[in-house]
Design a protein around this ligand. Structure first.
Ligand code: G3I
Length: 339
């Protein structure tokens, strides 16, 4: 079959995948990605925690290696991410930072220093940045609190992050990235994201697109009317603000689907087709990135918060452990062709 990137090219859609540094030592996997994709995002190596694990001790090596490989394949690169609002994923030293007697100035200086260091190091190698990741608390729809929001105000801090990124990476697309979903369990999350985007836009922050992480699952039954309507309402409002859409971290959680592999794979493919048909119907949707292309290279296998109750391995990605295409791959291809 034709590679996904070839199908995507006809529709103006980039097709990408999240790669980790250790995957570079798996030639069959990199060959699969090179065949199907024209875009790369580092699964972990571009995060602050990875880039500056100890204050001042930058470790750009792993991200550099991934981006160099992408460049050698003619791929575009997405930078993920400059600021992760969830304190749990900020470097420990940042959470313990001494902001002194002028905490607002010190917080601004620290934020600025990080973004400048990263943008200056990578330069034009980065086509698109997730400037801010996961700022909205899904339970309340309010903004998450961290050492920066406490000292600068949350919207002010994110506005600053976008401005500094734009200053230092003027050609890069700047993205707010989050995991809001179509279902009713995500109503507050979607509302919180819309409010944040409106607030950032009204301050004139240079935000260009919304990253739809798209870790979908049985909850996203788009076929069933209401949720599809809600998702469209959400995407209408986002695109109405002049923002582009990116599917940034696609995979399908199959924990509610039957154990039988054929049934499960068919269920996964159906969920994906419904979700992507609606999402790809927006001409503003320009990128589609998978969060791992093969089942054994996907974070859900080691995510213990909500495993399958039968203990079976998940089948969340388009290719199996032997890199054989699954029905999900056909569903993605069909959704791209229907754009
Ligand atoms: O690298 C260390 C290793 O040295 C250590 O021995 C090992 C022991 O736990 O941990 C390794 O770090 C792990 C890292 O992934 C690299 O594999 C962390 O524990 C683990 O928590 C981390 O998880 C990543 C997670 O983000 C948190 O950063 C997942 O791989 C990654 O898939 C996941 O990706 C996120 C996106 O960034 C944002 N959206 C949601 C998505 C899925 O959770």
């Amino acid at each position: 079959p034709e590679p996904l990137k070839v199908l995507g090219k006809r529709k103006g859609l980039n097709v990408g995948n999240a790669l980790s540094k250790h995957h570079l030592h798996n030639p069959a996997y990199t060959a699969l990605m090179a065949r199907e994709c024209n875009m790369l995002v580092a699964e972990n190596e571009g995060k602050w925690q990875a880039l500056e694990p100890r204050q001042g001790a930058y470790e750009f090596g792993p991200a550099d290696e991934l981006y160099a490989w992408a460049r050698s394949q003619g791929m575009l690169v997405r930078g993920h991410n400059l600021i992760w609002q969830d304190a749990k994923w900020l470097p420990k030293w940042v959470n313990a930072y001494d902001f002194g007697t002028q905490p607002a100035q010190a917080a601004e200086a620290l934020l600025r220093k990080h973004i400048v260091a990263v943008c200056d190091h990578f330069g034009d190698a980065i086509h698109s940045y997730d400037v801010v990741n996961e700022a909205v608390d899904p339970k309340t729809g309010g903004l998450r609190v961290n050492v920066f929001t406490e000292r600068l105000g949350a919207v002010e801090q994110m506005d600053l992050a976008f401005r500094v990124a734009h200053e230092r990476a003027p050609k890069a697309q700047l993205v707010y990235n989050d995991y809001m979903r179509p279902d009713t369990g995500s109503t507050k999350h979607r509302a919180g994201v819309l409010k944040l985007l409106h607030d950032l836009k009204s301050r004139g922050a240079p935000v260009h697109a919304l990253g739809l992480q798209s870790h979908i699952g049985s909850w996203d039954e788009m076929g069933t009317g209401d949720q599809q309507r809600e998702w469209r309402r959400f995407l209408d409002e986002v695109t109405g603000m002049g923002l582009d859409l990116l599917v940034t971290e696609f995979d399908v959680n199959d924990r509610k689907l039957p154990a039988d592999v054929a049934k499960r794979d068919a269920g996964v493919a159906a969920l994906a087709k419904d979700y992507l048909d609606v999402t790809f119907s927006y001409r503003q949707c320009k990128d589609f990135l998978m969060w791992g292309m093969a089942d054994n290279f996907n974070w859900l296998q080691s995510w213990d918060e909500a495993p399958r109750t039968d203990g079976l391995k998940m089948r969340p990605t388009p290719f199996d452990d032997q890199f054989r295409a699954k029905p999900l791959r056909d569903a993605i291809a069909a959704a791209i062709n229907a754009m």
